[in-house]
Design a protein around this ligand. Structure first.
Ligand code: ADP
Ligand code: MG
Length: 497
């Protein structure tokens, strides 16, 4: 496939920091080239050099084989380089069509009437199979729809190279799938795609080539074929996984959570799992295998048709989350953007929400106790900045996730179910969250960990259950669980022995 972009020996320093040293990046037409690395590795700087936002201190850039200088963002755009940043650059009060055509050259669209504009936008959206009305006001769409509009806007310029800088960090797994469809579509169109993401599974799913950056240096560029998530993390951080997610040795106690033959037709059937005090049990499986559904039923968000749930030997009939909580079960949901958190509210209000009843005496909430309790949690979890009056949506993703966990920890659960607790956060924040999980286990909490990030599950779990199409397809001990054995069971190639 033809080389669309060749960046060679790129270096860039900011005052006091060398952001990039001698980095090469080659992108081919019709290929997805993923760029991965920890926060601060230099990914965005490299892309901003390509976009003309920064000039490199050294190195060359060639487009279609011809060495060029990209003088600025407009120049980059006119040379066929499309950029989609993580932050949306759209106008909420304009329609979808107006937003998509915003970046298009005025000579082509300046004089066209509204209808023609709408039609042009519809063509772009249709290409993505996106069911988004071009006439809709942008601000009325969901974040993921807006993200699709953002990509459509870049695509409408007919770029030969498109850069997606963490396009899915605010999307749920399901929404991300819609975006993958679009990326594949653009790849089929012969666009060279540069894809930046923290979600390593999605990198493995989409990418043809992978470049790993660490501390501004290019550590590796190789085909995504045969690359594992664990290997990628090792390259990203330069240490072994067991160093990044060290497993804390904790005495394992009695069975705390016992789920027996739990069945919810259409979602899962005959699911039996147990978790002991101090034990971290992974629940692995592909998207749609039923992991979240099982967790929801155990907690009382959904109703199982048959089967039993016991906590410390007592039957639990949780039909509402309040009953689940009362029985000692806490559940940190998958989509923190949706049900985990009240975004505009402060850290304090989010954390104390589920425990307000225990803080109140005769209907009065002790504000002093509330503040003390929240401060305590925020400190234990290392939420940064530790200012409990701050609105949660001003925090980074990793810190928001810590607030979500703090919220449920305040309830001092016997069983903690964590659903994708580290999704979309960088490796450093992941390690922090794992440390918290380890500390909780050490305190005797029974932990059920749902995660699509296999290397993490493998590193921290004492045991792993694998779900496949709503059934437990394997139960693996720490010693027998590997990426291969888990994936085998997750894809239904292994039956439970
Ligand atoms: P990534 O996108 O991989 O997280 P960046 O490219 O944003 O990393 O950052 C690489 C390094 O350069 C970081 O240390 C960051 O703090 C620094 N950096 C990035 N942009 C600037 C800037 N405009 N001024 C000063 N330092 C910067
Ligand atoms: Mg970045």
């Amino acid at each position: 496939m033809s080389v669309a972009l060749e960046m060679r020996g790129i270096s860039k320093s900011f005052p006091g920091i060398r952001a990039l040293s001698d980095v090469d990046l080659i992108a081919r037409a019709g290929e997805v080239h993923a760029v991965v690395g920890e926060n601060g590795a230099g990914k965005s700087t490299l892309m901003k050099i390509l976009a003309g936002v920064y000039q490199p201190d050294g190195g060359t850039i060639s487009l279609d084989g011809a060495e060029t200088r990209i003088s600025g963002p407009i120049d980059a755009r006119s040379r066929g380089i499309g950029m989609v940043y993580q932050e949306l650059n759209l106008v909420p009060d304009l329609t979808v069509a107006e937003n998509i055509m915003l970046g298009a050259t005025p000579s082509r669209f300046g004089f066209v009437r509204r209808r023609a504009l709408s039609e042009a936008a519809a063509v772009v959206l249709d290409a993505f199979d996106a069911r988004i009305d071009p006439a809709a006001i942008l601000g009325s769409l969901t974040v993921s729809q807006q993200q699709i509009v953002e990509i459509a806007k870049a695509y409408a310029q007919r770029p030969s190279i498109i850069v997606l800088d963490e396009p899915t960090s605010s999307l749920s797994e399901h929404e991300a799938q819609a975006l993958f469809h679009i990326v594949r579509r653009m790849r089929a169109d012969g666009i060279a795609i540069i894809y930046i993401s923290h979600r390593l599974r999605e990198v493995l799913e989409l990418a043809d080539q992978v470049t790993v950056l660490r501390d501004g240096r290019q550590i590796e560029t190789r085909s995504a074929d045969g690359l594992t998530a664990g290997e990628m993390i090792r390259l990203m951080v330069g240490r072994d996984l067991t160093d990044i997610f060290p497993k804390r040795e904790v005495p394992i106690g009695d069975v705390v959570l016992e789920v027996d033959a739990l069945t919810r037709p259409g979602a899962f059937a005959d699911v039996s799992v147990s978790v002991r005090a101090g034990e971290i049990v992974g629940l692995a499986g592909l998207v749609g295998a039923g992991r979240t559904e099982v967790a929801r039923a155990v907690f009382g968000l959904d109703r199982a048709q048959s089967g039993t749930v016991r906590v410390d030997g007592r039957d639990v009939f949780a039909r509402t989350p309040a009953q689940g909580l009362a029985a000692g079960i806490a559940y940190v949901p998958e989509d923190r953007k949706r049900d985990g958190i009240v975004h505009s509210a402060s850290i304090k209000d989010n954390v104390s929400l589920p425990v307000l009843s225990s803080l109140s005496t005769g209907g009065w909430i002790s504000r002093t106790r509330e503040r003390a309790m929240v401060r305590d949690q925020v400190e234990t979890l290392g939420v940064s900045p530790p200012v409990i009056e701050r609105a949660v949506d001003t925090l980074s993703g990793g810190n928001q996730q810590k607030v979500v966990i703090a919220k449920w920890l305040a309830a001092k659960p016997r069983v903690l179910i964590l659903d994708e607790p580290t999704r979309g956060v960088d490796v450093g924040a992941k390690a922090d969250i794992h440390e918290i999980i380890g500390a909780l286990a050490a305190a005797g909490t029974a932990i059920l960990l749902i995660s699509s990030e296999l290397p993490e599950v493998l590193a921290v779990s004492d045991r792993i259950y694998v779900l496949h199409e709503g059934h437990v397809s394997a139960e693996l001990d720490r010693t027998e669980a590997t990426e291969a054995t888990v994936m085998h069971a997750a894809t239904g190639e292994a039956v439970r022995s």
